[in-house]
Design a protein around this ligand. Structure first.
Ligand code: TGC
Ligand code: FAD
Length: 397
């Protein structure tokens, strides 16, 4: 053992231990994070490389996520756990330490599909769908984006028109997570009275989901195009309390909040993986971790990871106090995804050639984070949201 190795063993501290983050959590929050981390380490991580390579997300994971209690965990009643926002965020962080695809599944199920029903649905809709979605016995998806309207959903072309008391929906939704797995789709459409939401059982005639292939990112996640060809729905399929574009945008706040925490899981896993690698990898007869240039990178990444977690926890406490504003969620999503992506890429450099394989997680995380940077509002949309809060000028159009 070299002198450098002996000193290292005596003094190493994990990145987030340096920030003493656990001191900021209560017992429940620590327990939930530890439970999800154990599930990710034992059930998901051993397989994630294969799922990423084969571009699959096994359907049976839905039930396992349900048993774990993470589906709609921040919602009350109807089989949901009713945890704090911080606990939900920590679960997202631990899931995304496995892969952004796992957090994406849970975000879409809990924060987009279930939240849209919980906030805007009728009592009948809630009873029909929420307990099964919470248990992972049914899967949901959320169709807002269209091929020509991603950042600007106000322009959506999907239309819902009345035919007697029925609704007829026509249009195409694009890039829809869980589309080919879903039993029910929350679909947003223009009507003569503005934007409305509809619950579309995916076995309804005229509804088709087409998987999107050849992805370089979020491969352990199902992404689909949804085609609605004169889909006839009863009046009871409309979400009765959703009125206008603000309804789907309010669901996005929930999912974006999960990403504020989640992206840091990908960053933490990248950094932990890389720290371990640099300690065992010898270059020029010394551990890679003993070089100043390596330590500069490790120190800077640790700072950004820790600052991101502090920001996420601060926003989580504001959310739990019922006071969070959409532009505050934008602050967290913009910063934490941007920094997580930078960390994952920097980690890849320290892994050298080994870093380009699925043997090590950082490049997989970096590729996933390219999607995370784009979905739930691109980084530019969040800059403009912050800019609007600062100046009062909406510069989107
Ligand atoms: P604008 O006129 O600003 O707003 C229309 C109405 O909506 C209200 N509103 C919000 N309400 C709640 N939360 C928010 N974040 C809101 N933002 C706006 C607003 O107050 C207004 O209400 P009212 O009552 O006055 O009518 O609308 P705009 O057309 O100018 O658009 C603003 C903009 C650009 C910020 C918005 O369109 C936007 O956020 N664009 C980004 C679209 C986006 O994020 N799409 C994500 C799709 S889902 C997804 O990506 C899932 S990824 C899978 C996963 O999570 O894993
Ligand atoms: P565009 O809106 O075409 O943006 C292209 C570029 O132009 C971006 O850099 C953008 O920031 C920039 N830009 C656009 N407008 C402006 C402006 N005013 N000023 C400056 N720059 C601008 N959507 C769903 O509804 N449900 C889902 O489940 C879902 N899952 C997804 C999963 C994956 C893997 C991906 C990649 C996407 C998913 N999306 C989903 C869609 C996602 O929300 C959109 O991709 C995103 O909102 C961006 O829209 P767009 O792709 O059309 O890009």
């Amino acid at each position: 053992m070299t002198a450098a190795t002996a000193r290292r063993d005596a003094t190493t501290t994990a990145p987030l231990e340096l920030f003493d983050i656990n001191r900021l959590l209560d017992d429940d929050e620590r327990d939930i994070a530890a439970t999800v981390r154990k599930f990710v380490d034992t059930r998901l991580k051993p397989h994630v490389g294969d799922w990423f390579e084969s571009a699959t997300l096994p359907r049976e994971l839905a039930k396992e996520f349900g048993d774990l209690g993470v589906l709609g965990m921040h919602l009350d009643g109807y089989g949901c756990a009713g945890t704090s926002a911080v606990s939900y965020g920590l679960a997202c962080l631990e899931l995304e330490a496995g892969d952004s695809g796992f957090r994406s599944f849970v975000s879409v199920q809990g924060s987009l599909s279930m939240f849209s029903i919980h906030r805007y649905g009728s009592e009948e809709q809630k009873n029909e769908w929420l307990p099964r979605l919470a248990a992972g016995e049914a899967i949901g998806c959320f169709g807002l984006t269209e091929p020509d309207f991603g950042s600007n959903p106000a322009g959506m072309r999907t239309r819902a028109r009345r035919d007697g008391s029925d609704w007829i929906l026509s249009g195409t939704k694009m890039w829809i997570t869980n589309g080919n797995l879903a039993d029910v789709a929350t679909v947003w459409a223009h009507t003569d009275d503005g934007v409305r939401g509809f619950l579309v059982p995916t076995d309804t005639p005229g509804f088709t989901a087409n998987p999107i292939h050849k992805k370089l990112s979020l491969r352990a996640s199902v992404t689909s195009e949804l085609v609605l060809d004169n889909v006839r729905l009863p009046a009871s399929a409309e979400l009765p309390h959703a009125r206008g574009l603000g309804a789907p945008l309010s669901c996005l706040n929930e999912a974006r909040f999960g990403i504020v925490f989640g992206a840091l899981g990908a960053a933490r896993d990248s950094l932990e993986t890389t720290l371990a690698y640099t300690q065992s990898r010898e270059v020029f007869e010394r551990p890679l971790s003993s070089f100043q240039l390596t330590q500069e990178k490790l120190a800077n990444m640790t700072l950004e990871l820790g600052k991101g977690v502090l920001l996420a926890l601060h926003l989580g406490r504001i959310k739990d106090a019922g006071a969070i504003r959409p532009e505050q969620v934008s602050l967290g999503k913009l910063n934490n995804v941007r920094e997580a992506l930078a960390i994952a890429r920097e980690c890849r450099t320290l892994l050298g050639g080994s870093g380009i394989t699925l043997e090590y997680s950082p490049l997989r995380h970096a590729n996933n984070l390219e999607s995370v940077l784009t979905y739930e509002g691109t980084s530019e949309m969040h800059m403009l949201s912050i800019g609007k809060a600062l100046t009062g000028h909406a510069a989107f159009r």
